[in-house]
Every structure is written in structure tokens, then in C-alpha cells.
Design a protein around this ligand. Structure first.
Ligand code: HAM
Length: 406
């Protein structure tokens, strides 16, 4: 939990520094909130159930739908843009394996009602800055554009989605079957070529050539996005363009991105997001919406693999009364250390001093504070540095400063 809190705190700190504010939504919602637009991938994985009143409910599989419902019902009159973040557990009935769980924890951010391009840049910048704040160096964002792919597919949005699903899963037989059904088999080759394109801005030109004019606006948009990211101080090594970012959720309509850690094997995606259309589905105005979620469980694994996490904080002082008669004095000293903001604990067993020193050693305390009758009378205690084994007398007035200094 210490490592998880460290990673979560880096996200919260960064999101707050970017002007985001925290919101919280319920763990379960009406089933239809998630069946409306999230797509079959998510719907198949829902933990759905009926409550005692016969209502269809589901555990949240993500935050975005809940936050957009909340936006439409309660936040829509706030000055725009609305920038919100949430952290919490989400549930998906997936096949569990390393890095893939049925209950996992997301760090989520959304920007609603800003202009599309600056909001997308802000979202990508927050995601990448969060990686750096955690101390990760090997992660890289891959940025694509779902609108580009959609504009190449002359089908209804529902059929586009089926084709996109096959592309997302890199499932060639499924892709060919869908295109055959739609009578456009000739698109299979160019689609497979285009989703293989990844690299610097030159891949945008190559994609343009393959798609023969489709998605022109998307390419201009991605160029402009990378220009804004440059001004955010994001070097081009922080991200690559990747025309194969398709995303598993159906509500995306514009720029999309994913972030991978090379250290995680099969479940290497630590985050994903992009521009989407959901407010309209819940009865709201059509405003630009963009955001992302990071998978906390995977971030922690990536940070562990990179050795990016600080060791857990140690106890500053373990207070040992020498004899039960000194317990009252020991508790007073303990209270003063805790009030000064130090991490301090006290013997709760009534062990003798040497057993207590063993215990202080075992729990990794930095110091033992021995409260003996003779020293206490003189307004002092013995402080033992558990690392070096050195012990010295320290006056009660200088105890806090002494414990802080080493
Ligand atoms: P997502 O890609 O479905 O996007 O999930 C985001 C992240 O959650 C993934 O990149 C991954 O790190 C983590 N994750 C997903 N499934 C699991 C699992 N079974 N076990 C552990 N970690 C997992 C969304 O959820 C969108 N709502 C993101 C978004 C926000 N788009 C716009 N706004």
C-alpha cells in the first residue's frame, strides 16, 4: 500500500498542479450507463446484477461514463472547462493474469468543455508529467487518431465500430470477415498497412498517402498537437505517433493515445485515453471531451521494475520505558514527538530494554529512545542510533531536533 499510495500521490499532486479538482462517483451505477456507449468489449466484462427493487445495476468498469453522467446532471453550469480527476477501484470480468485483474485501481482525469486541441494537449501533458513525477523514464506515449480511421471507413458508425474492434484486437480473420460482409474487402490491405505505421511526424505523411486523402484534418490536428506538446516542454522522445492506436472503448471520436511500459510483458499498457463523445449520449450539450486513465496496479509494477520508488518511510523513534514506572513519562515524550510530526511508536508489550531494542531493530526504527529514571530526572533520555549502535544522552528540549538530524 505504501508503494501504491506513493504512485497515487504523484498523480494527485500533478493533477492539482495542472488545475484539476477531485470528484467522486458511486461504485455502482445503472447498467444502462455503461451499455449506452462503452462498446461490447466493456459490456461483456461488466459485473451486472439486480438490486432488491429489480433494478439493473453494474459495478463501474471505468470512471468516464460516470463522470459524464455527473457532469450532465450537476456540473454543466460550471464555468468551462471543467477539469476533474478521480481515483478508485473499478471492476471488469476479464481473464485474470499478471497485471490484469477483475478489480483494479484507476487514476482518471477528464477535461470537459475546453477547445478540443488545447484540451487534448493538456490531457496528454498531464499523463506524461504524471509518469515523470512517479520517476518512470522508460514509458512512452503512442498517439493516434480514431477520427482518421473512421473517415476511411464508408460505413455507419456501428459498422465502423465493428471494423475498429477487429483492428484493435489485430484480428485479421475478423477484419476480413467484417469487410467482406460490408462488400469492401479492398480496404483490408490499406487498413493493415496504416495501423502498422509508428514513429515521428513523418508517419503522418505516409498514412495520408495510404489513406488517399481520407483523414486529412486528423493529420493537421496531430501536427498541431505535437507543436503544443513541444511548448509544454515534452520532447519528441516522450511520445510517438502510432496509427494503430484504436482503443477498446467505443466512445472515442478524435485523438487517442496509449502509454506503455516496456517492462511489463503482455499487459504493458499503463494508460490510455483520448477525445470522446459521451455528454450528448446522456442528454448534455455537444462540448469537447477528453481524458485518460492510468492503471495504478501496472504503474506500480513499472515503477518497481525501474527502481523508481522511494523506500517506505521508517519509524523515527521507538520509545522504550525502562521499567513500568517510567511508562507515564515515556508516553509524554511519545506524545511530544508525534505532535512534532515525527513517526514515533512505543513499547506496548512491557518487554525489557534489550528485547525492546531487538524489536526496534526488527521493525527498522531509526532510533530507540530509552526513558530511564535517572536521565528523566535530569530532563534527558538516551537516544540510540539503530544504524551505528551509538548511544548518547539528549536533553528533552533538543530531542526533536536530534531525531530529525539523522
Ligand atoms: P482503458 O484503456 O480501458 O481506458 O483503461 C485504462 C488503464 O487501466 C489501462 O491502460 C490499464 O493500465 C488499466 N487496466 C485496464 N484493465 C485492467 C485490468 N483488468 N487490470 C489492471 N489494470 C487494467 C479507460 O478506462 C478509459 N475510461 C480512459 C479514459 C478516460 N478515456 C477518456 N477518459
Amino acid at each position: 500500500m505504501a508503494r501504491r499510495r506513493q504512485v497515487e500521490a504523484a498523480f494527485v499532486r500533478t493533477a492539482e498542479a495542472f488545475g484539476f479538482r477531485e470528484v467522486s462517483t458511486p461504485t455502482f451505477e445503472s447498467l444502462e450507463l455503461f451499455t449506452a456507449k462503452s462498446g461490447p468489449g466493456i459490456v461483456r466484462e461488466l459485473y451486472a446484477f439486480k438490486d432488491q427493487g429489480g433494478r439493473d445495476l453494474a459495478l463501474r468498469p471505468e470512471f468516464t461514463a460516470s463522470i459524464l453522467r455527473f457532469f450532465v446532471s450537476d456540473l454543466r453550469s460550471l464555468p468551462k472547462p471543467v477539469k476533474v480527476y478521480s481515483t478508485g477501484n473499478v471492476f471488469r470480468y476479464e481473464e485474470p493474469q499478471k497485471g490484469r485483474y477483475r478489480e483494479f485501481f484507476q487514476l482518471n482525469a477528464e477535461i470537459i468543455g475546453g477547445a478540443a486541441l488545447p484540451s487534448d494537449a493538456e490531457a496528454v501533458a498531464l499523463a506524461i508529467r504524471t509518469m515523470r513525477a512517479i520517476g518512470l523514464t522508460q514509458v512512452r506515449a503512442r498517439i493516434g487518431h480514431i477520427g482518421m480511421l473512421r473517415s476511411f471507413l464508408p460505413f455507419s458508425p456501428a459498422d465502423q465500430t465493428l471494423v475498429l474492434h477487429a483492428l484493435d484486437k489485430r484480428n485479421v480473420p475478423m477484419l476480413e470477415a467484417e469487410l467482406a460482409r460490408l462488400g469492401r474487402m479492398e480496404l483490408a490491405g490499406p487498413l493493415q498497412d496504416v495501423i502498422r505505421l509508428a514513429g515521428d511526424a513523418s508517419v503522418l505523411e505516409e498514412a495520408k498517402e495510404i489513406l488517399g486523402g481520407a483523414g486529412g484534418e486528423a493529420f493537421v490536428y496531430l501536427h498541431a498537437l505535437s507543436e503544443q506538446l513541444y511548448h509544454y516542454g515534452m520532447p519528441a522522445t516522450d511520445y510517438a505517433f502510432d496509427m494503430g492506436v484504436v482503443r477498446g472503448l467505443d466512445y472515442y471520436t478524435g485523438m487517442v493515445f496509449e502509454i506503455d511500459s516496456p517492462n511489463l510483458g503482455a499487459e504493458k499498457q499503463v494508460g490510455g485515453g483520448g477525445a470522446y463523445t459521451l455528454a450528448e449520449v446522456f442528454g448534455g450539450e455537444p462540448v469537447p471531451q477528453t481524458g485518460f486513465a492510468l492503471g495504478l496496479d501496472r504503474l506500480v509494477m513499472a515503477a518497481e521494475a525501474e527502481g523508481a520508488l522511494a523506500p517506505a518511510a521508517r519509524l523515527d523513534a521507538y520509545v522504550i520505558p525502562i521499567g513500568e514506572a517510567m511508562r507515564g513519562k515515556a508516553l509524554e515524550i511519545l506524545a511530544s514527538l508525534r505532535a512534532a510530526g515525527l513517526r514515533a511508536d512505543v513499547d506496548l508489550v512491557g518487554r525489557g530494554p534489550s528485547k525492546n531494542l531487538d524489536y526496534a531493530n526488527a521493525i527498522g526504527a531509526r532510533h530507540a529512545v530509552l526513558v530511564g529514571e535517572r536521565e528523566a530526572k535530569g530532563g534527558a533520555v538516551a537516544v540510540r542510533d539503530m544504524g551505528s549502535g551509538n548511544q548518547e544522552q539528549v536533553s528533552l528540549e533538543s530531542l526533536v531536533a536530534r531525531l530529525r538530524s539523522s
